[in-house]
Design a protein around this ligand. Sequence first.
Ligand code: SF4
Ligand code: SF4
Length: 501
Amino acid sequence: MKEVRQVQVDRRLARGLRLNAHKTMSTTAPIDTSLRPKRLIVGVKQQLGAPGEILVATGDRVRAGQKTVAAGEPPSAAMHAPLDGTVSAIEDRALPTGLGKAIVIEVDAVPGETVSSPPGYLDVTLLREAGIVGLGGAVFPTGDKVTYADHCPTLLINGAECEPYISCDDMLIRERAASIARGSVCLMELCDAHECIIAIESDKPEAFWAMTGALHELDDNRLSLAEVPTVYPAGGERQLIQVLTGLEVPVGSYPPELGYLCQNVATAAAVDDLVRTGVPLTHRVVTVTGEGVAQPRNVWAPIGTPIADLIAHCGGYTGDVARLIMGGSMMGLALPSDTIAITKATNCIVVETAEEIRGDFSERPCIRCGDCAYVCPATLLPQELYRHTVSHNWEQLEALHLNECIECGCCDVVCPSHILLTEHFRVAKRGARVHAEEVRRAERAADRFSEHERRLEAQLVAQRAQHETLKATARNPLDRAAALEAAKQRAAAKRGAPSES
Ligand code: SF4
Ligand code: SF4
């Protein structure tokens, strides 16, 4: 048996933060697989790109794994019923990203028999049809990502779960390392990669050793393991490449242009499940944590589980709940209610108490200390971006690469003026998109107007020329008679009658 190859990582992320991890509270128990909610609210669109056609109707019986929404135009991925049940409604519901169409399923009290049917092959169409998307949070359809990154020499499997509170990847690696390794091999073959590096942060020794064991078993020397330093946000795609290789992905470029395709460990495990059992993506591991939940842990949850059910499954609230966050404490989204259901993008629910979010956070004016620029992992100038977001200076925001902001929240943490920079940037990105659309619309209207003007001008020139000809013939009676005769002949020829002459 060969030694597991380890990639030497001697580079550090130039920027970023060392944060209090808050992970141990959810990693003491194994992943809980016993959750079976009574009702699922499955959002129709859960991935980047377009959704396809809804394939079920109210009143339909659905089986676990049955396709409920077809994949749309690429990039896209299908959706499936996570459990057996009956569709009770297809209607707009509050989803983490806002109001959207959802399929509501009343789950059968007794689970039906599961039939395993391995597909016997794997291609990008199967990935799309099985609803596999990036489970690190971006939810980009995996089949399309692999297609775009065809012939990428290096596959990076991202197990660097750097954000505080989230431990779902850590626990998945500890418990299903072999599955992740097998799924990585499948992904390597799909994108023609020569090597695969599985990256795990240095503060996850159990996961690291579990993966070392799995790679020993697999005995495929194309796969290697890298222990990356625990710096937030080393788990970001671009930051991970920088940590591992020292290469910076240039502004406006994507990792495959440098020869790297990144996939999350949970995505690799989902690919392995698909290949071995034919089961599409219907469940994911969700970390339920924070001081506000009685029994923090990781749960294998059906997609569409209402958050209230997840919390109840973990012992309920402790009584002192100040904020509910979907995602981690840095990049997560504050939720208005626990009736919202989880999606494929939901890796964590943090129930924060007033104690966890204590402090005076009233914003004060920027003192131009430069701390935000010092920590920004995307090497942006947050204070300058902030200045231009306030004045809605869209051109300057574009010039300062607002879209390269990964919304990591590092600048917020260090800002002595407590300016919620990341929130300003999120809003500004939406504003910039609206502005760009308005500019495009204005340009299209201007193009249409100039085309209209050009035609009018051409018509006017033709009319003037005709008018000049008529004027000239009207001045000369002989020409006029000849023109009259020619017109008569033309009319007669049209009727098929002989002319008088
Ligand atoms: S850290 Fe805050 S106060 Fe300092 S420059 Fe940045 S925005 Fe201004
Ligand atoms: S939120 Fe954006 S601007 Fe702030 S540190 Fe992160 S990448 Fe930089």
